[in-house]
Design a protein around this ligand. Structure first.
Ligand SMILES: NC(=O)c1ccc[n+]([C@@H]2O[C@H](COP(=O)([O-])OP(=O)(O)OC[C@H]3O[C@@H](n4cnc5c(N)ncnc54)[C@H](OP(=O)(O)O)[C@@H]3O)[C@@H](O)[C@H]2O)c1
Length: 360
């Protein structure tokens, strides 16, 4: 049973064992930026209205990264302009999460060569890039900073000694630029390595990582383990429970497939995502997935909810999941997803969903 609080009608959960509260439904901002310039799908004009509405609905956990939309940095810049226009009261309501390790270009530059120090997990990059993030987002602190990717060399060893990465992160907390730390795209063994190192480099245990953001949705359950080939959902959830980590699933709607937009009988009529259409087709638009989606849609209809709400509520049925950051590019998507916080799936419904997903 998860202990929750409520803000503007939205249930909130603590992130793992920390004192940080976030809204159960968050906002995934991957496709936000400057659509004329970086192939994002939503820009400032509509974006500001969605952000305003998001706070009205209690959706105050916002997830971005320095590198979204082809390393343009524009998602963070959009947020910076938003915070500047709305003032500190609004900034204080938001739990602002961003990520570093990938590179991000200066503004208005399309062709840019990065030196080896402009990416990765070194002290020099992390310290420099956090300054850049703060500058782009026009804020003096980041509430939750993720190490975005594992950075390994060709032999699979850490490219930067873990002590260097995590003591730099700890320094950023001391400097007041970061409130909490987290990792993304990390499997269990690498997380364990970080915990070991943090015992030495972190000033106290409240500075250890509190959340893991890995891919997790009804169609890709084992992906939560952060391993490309063959992790185990159950083992990873147990690990997070034992270590008191919050899980923030990314691609919770299987990048759009769990919206019900794609069906066997309309595949030639709907357009997939423009940016990664081929990857999307190969990974998701399989006969098995489409048949699962059809059956899940029936359960959603019987319950009087939408398929995205069912997919989000299913993730939230796991105590370890602290917030679901579905990507939103339209106002009605935000409003639809926010309602998932009110949906309780019964044990019978959860069993039925489980058996559909397992049988296909
Ligand atoms: N840590 C990482 O490496 C990583 C990687 C990927 C994503 N992420 C994070 O996770 C977030 C979510 O992932 P995602 O955006 O890739 O995929 P997603 O949440 O699985 O799917 C998002 C897409 O589903 C559609 N959608 C959302 N809500 C809907 C609704 N209620 N009704 C109908 N359609 C709806 C939208 O499609 P249209 O835009 O086509 O309308 C939206 O772009 C990202 O925004 C980002 O913050 C992190």
């Amino acid at each position: 049973m998860v202990y929750t609080k409520t803000f503007n009608g939205m249930k909130c959960r603590r992130v793992g064992g920390s004192g940080l509260w976030i809204s159960e439904v968050g906002l995934g901002l991957w496709k936000w930026g400057d659509p004329n310039y970086d192939q994002s799908r939503i820009g400032e004009h509509e974006g500001f209205k969605v952000l305003d509405r998001s706070l009205e609905l209690g959706v105050f956990h916002w997830d971005t990264a320095n590198s979204y939309n082809f390393a343009s940095g524009n998602c963070e810049r959009l947020l910076g302009r938003y915070f500047a226009s709305r003032g500190s009261t609004v900034r204080e309501q938001v739990v602002l999460a961003t990520k570093v390790s990938n590179s991000a270009r200066p503004e208005h530059v399309t062709e840019y060569s990065f030196t080896p120090n402009q990416g990765g997990a070194s002290r020099v990059y992390i310290m420099n890039e956090v300054e850049n993030c703060l500058c782009r987002m026009k804020t003096d602190r980041i509430d939750l900073l993720y190490l975005h990717q594992l950075t390994l060399d060709e032999e699979g060893n850490y490219e930067t000694p873990l002590e260097e990465t995590w003591s730099a992160m700890d320094d950023l907390i001391t400097q007041g630029k970061i409130r909490y730390l987290a990792v993304s795209n990390h499997p269990k063994n690498n997380i364990k390595d970080i915990l070991d190192v943090q015992k030495t480099v972190a000033k106290d245990s409240s500075r250890r990582i509190i959340a893991v953001q890995n891919r997790y949705n009804l169609l890709e359950r084992d992906m939560v383990a952060g391993e490309e080939n063959g992790g185990s959902e159950k083992a990873f959830l147990d690990f997070c429970q034992k270590e008191s980590f919050g899980i923030v699933p990314f691609m919770p709607l299987a990048t759009g497939l769990l919206t019900g937009r794609y069906r066997k009988d309309n595949l030639d009529k709907v357009s997939g995502r423009t940016v990664e259409e081929e990857i999307f087709k190969e990974t998701y638009l399989t006969d098995k997935n489409l048949s699962i989606v059809e059956q899940l849609n029936e359960i959603a209809k019987e319950k009087g909810i939408t398929l995205p709400q069912l997919a989000i509520a299913w993730l939230l049925s796991h105590d370890q999941v602290c917030s679901v950051i579905a990507g939103v590019t339209k106002m009605n998507q935000l409003e639809d997803n926010a309602e998932a916080s009110q949906v309780e799936l019964t044990p019978e419904e959860l069993d039925k969903i489980d058996s559909i997903v397992k049988k296909g």
